[in-house]
Design a protein around this ligand. Structure first.
Ligand code: TRP
Length: 334
């Protein structure tokens, strides 16, 4: 608990272009959670180098992502928005936790298997122990809840296993974190293949709407979205393309699928797709405008980076010092 609130931790990697799916599935929920919880939202750049990165590009993307957090509505006065690499406690705790994690556990991680297959020329030890670093992120802040997508649930499970093992040996050191799965709009699918998740790294650029797409591009992508030959706007599994568009429309307008079916009763896909496109533009355009504005305000963003980095470091050190003492590291002399 911090300031009588439960603690929430989450993070995103600054790799690839964020999509509408990332916004509706994650960022948008983060904003609504920031009243209820004491939130830490990190740009997890330590995780990013498990895949080879261009340094200048990584630096730029990291800053853009941090700026985007704010543009999307996270108030940096209320939420701790910071770079993982600015808080050395992440790496230090990860080392300690590495010594409490079994290779057998890491061998079971499906994301490692996927990434190793994809980057066969660079299966480095960091990629392998990625889940331990993620456990360190979460446990460092004694987080109670962690909003994650389904693909990260296995990593949250191993975090709980590690925390439980450590607590079993040393007493109650770590808070046991729970996953937080958003209620609605959690999963947006590709506009070109509704069986697949809308992805940052889709080869077909028409499948994904990127957060920085301009209004014309958004409208065009929506118009080209795959539907079916039923010619009716109905929310059912047999019409996955239409269902996905309804999900997007609902998330952008706060309507329910029922209301949307009624709204487009007797109307064709043309009208419907226009409305979906417009609803997406109305959500993304203000974020884009604010993003552009913030990018110009270097001093403000620098201030956020400095102050929130210090705040994160303060809480991180509290946990880290406790852990170091528990495992038997010598006391610091002041
Ligand atoms: N691995 C997460 C992802 O790729 C990002 C992440 C790193 C994270 N550390 C975290 C998410 C801690 C939640 C909590 O999506």
């Amino acid at each position: 608990m911090i300031n009588d609130k439960k603690v929430l931790f989450s993070g995103m990697q600054a790799t690839g272009n964020l999509t509408l799916g990332n916004y509706l599935g994650a960022l948008k929920n983060w904003v609504t959670l920031s009243d209820e919880y004491e939130c830490f939202y990190s740009v997890v750049d330590l995780h990013s180098i498990t895949i080879r990165q261009d340094p200048a590009e990584l630096r730029k993307r990291a800053r853009n992502l941090l700026t985007l957090y704010i543009a999307a509505g996270l108030d940096p006065e209320k939420n701790c928005i910071y770079y993982q690499s600015h808080v050395s406690g992440h790496a230090e705790l990860a080392w300690i936790l590495n010594c409490f994690t079994y290779m057998g556990e890491l061998n079971r991680m499906t994301q490692f298997k996927d990434k190793a297959a994809k980057h066969a020329d660079n299966i480095n030890a960091g990629l392998y122990t990625y889940p331990v670093l993620m456990a360190a992120d979460i446990l460092l802040f004694q987080a109670d809840v962690v909003p994650v997508g389904k693909d990260q649930l296995q990593h949250l499970e191993i975090t709980r296993d590690i925390a439980g093992r450590f607590n079993g040996i040393y007493g109650d050191v770590f808070t046991m974190p729970e996953p937080y799965i958003g209620k609605q709009g959690a999963k947006i699918m590709s506009l070109q293949d509704p069986a697949r998740k809308m992805s940052k790294s889709d080869e077909n650029p028409n499948g994904s709407i990127y957060l920085m797409d301009d209004p014309d591009t958004i409208m065009r992508k929506c118009k080209r979205a795959v539907t079916d030959s039923e010619a009716s706007v109905r929310y059912r599994d047999e019409q996955p393309g239409v269902k996905n568009l309804i999900d997007i429309y609902c998330a952008c307008t706060n309507k329910t699928p029922d209301e949307v079916e009624k709204e487009f009763d007797g109307k064709g896909y043309g009208d419907f797709k226009m409305a979906v496109g417009e609803s997406v533009v109305s959500v993304l355009k203000p974020i884009q405008d604010r993003f552009e504005q913030l990018l110009k305000d270097k001093a403000y963003i620098d201030g956020v980076i400095k102050e929130n980095g210090e705040k994160a470091n303060y809480y991180a050190l509290k946990t880290l010092r406790k852990v170091q003492k528990k495992v038997g590291f010598p006391e610091r002399i002041r």
